[in-house]
Design a protein around this ligand. Structure first.
Ligand code: PMP
Length: 401
């Protein structure tokens, strides 16, 4: 048989980095690469009880469900969204197979091949891959620690006439960055004026270390779901467990209902038994206490990683100290190639993700992402020890101390 795949498949390039990282699975290599939550905090017993309660409900629990998702879970999420000043009705919400599917569904119903989406640079790798797969052109907007540069945004809106802007404004992947309220309001204003839809991807917002600061979502700043310039997506992947593959999107009812129609064609609905179990879990379990526990643990791990890196006394290496989320973003001296460094790091027994693939354009080869949430104290000390040795070697090779 001669197979002839669609031309979109050409965009699914295999990456050298992915191949290297595959080699680290199940080995002695300590991985700071994946964006993984810490397994020791997964609520496994509460989840077991939740599934049992679903099964106690009888055979109906194994039946087909609604495309837009299990109603009691949607009601629960709507109530939680309300606490964050996001007032939505059920018609404004769809449950998805992780927030990854929400991004995909919105692209399917809103963007055609050749359309432009504006993005931060760097931004979430799997969103870039999705845009590429669907023939959507991702154009980067300049930015700094506070978010997108609004002048560059306005200029690119004029130049490219994009239909959408994709942003991760709170504890971004990969940079850990948080947008200031001013930039959030500026983005909203520019997009509203030009009828550019904003996709606000917020998987990490709940993982905030210092609760005295407040980062309102773009969706809450826009106030009204219907007619909103924002489609907001979030997930239970980081607060409960990614295996449940349960995320949601909220937005204008017409936009959301169009996504529902697309979802029907794609997969009929996401796993209803997982949604039912999640609802049971949320009703018998203190999610806020659980989030407080993982926040504290993640903050401790973040602080440890920051201390271990600071101890090296490097002068020409920069990294952020994240206020939440899961990642450090590191910039090595000019000339160091993180992809080459990864090969050497894996030999030493530590892995990370080189930064280049996170850029829509003009990749910086001397950047990398480190995950601090998945690795316990003992392994973190070992991992940073190994990494520091390799960083030292590579910095020396480009003439830096
Ligand atoms: N968006 C961003 C920015 C992410 O980092 C992730 C997870 N790595 C996702 C979306 C997808 O999350 P999920 O599909 O598990 O909800």
């Amino acid at each position: 048989m001669e197979y002839s795949f669609s031309k979109n498949v050409d965009a699914l390039t295999s990456s050298a980095v992915r191949e290297i990282l595959k080699l680290t699975q199940g080995s002695q290599v300590i991985s700071l690469a994946g964006g993984l939550p810490a397994e020791e905090f997964f609520p496994i017993e509460a989840m077991r009880d939740a599934f049992n309660r679903v099964f106690d409900g009888g055979n109906k629990s194994l039946q087909y469900g609604l495309t837009d998702g299990y109603i009691p879970l949607r009601e629960w999420i709507a109530a939680r969204m309300k606490q964050k000043n996001m007032n939505v009705d059920l018609a404004n919400m769809i449950l998805t197979t992780g927030s990854q599917q929400a991004v995909d569904l919105l692209c399917q119903v809103y963007l055609d091949e050749g359309d432009v989406v504006l993005v931060e640079n760097p931004t979430y790798l799997a969103a870039l891959q999705l845009f590429q797969f669907r023939g959507i052109r991702a154009v980067p907007v300049e930015g700094d620690a506070e978010g997108m540069d609004l002048d560059d945004l306005a200029a690119k809106v004029k130049q490219y006439r994009p239909k959408m802007v994709y942003v991760v404004p709170t504890f971004a992947n990969p940079t850990g960055k948080v947008w200031s309220v001013e930039r959030r309001l500026g983005l909203l204003r520019i997009c509203r004026e030009n009828h550019v839809l904003i996709l606000e991807d917020d998987p990490y917002g709940e993982l905030q270390f210092d609760l005295s600061e407040s980062y309102p979502t773009l969706f809450s700043l826009d106030q009204h779901p219907n007619g909103s310039a924002v489609v907001y997506t979030s997930t239970f992947s980081k607060t409960v467990a990614p295996a449940l593959r349960t995320g949601w999107a909220i937005g204008d009812a017409q936009v959301i209902q169009t996504m529902v129609r697309a979802k029907q064609a794609v997969d009929l609905h996401s796993s209803s038994i997982d949604q039912m179990a999640l609802f049971q879990l949320l009703n018998h379990f203190d999610l806020d206490a659980h989030i407080a526990t993982i926040r504290a643990a993640y903050q401790e791990r973040m602080q440890l990683m920051d201390d271990l890196l600071s101890r090296q006394g490097w002068t020409d290496i920069k990294w952020n100290k994240p206020k939440g989320g899961m990642f450090f973003w590191m910039e090595l001296p000019e000339g160091v190639k993180a992809e080459e460094m990864l090969v050497r790091a894996v030999q030493e027994g530590v892995a990370f993700v080189p930064g280049s693939p996170f850029y829509a354009e003009q990749p910086k080869a001397n950047t990398l992402r480190l995950n601090f949430t998945h690795t316990n104290r003992e392994n973190m000390i070992l991992a940073i020890d190994r990494l520091s040795k390799v960083i030292g070697e590579f910095c020396q090779s480009v003439g830096q101390p």
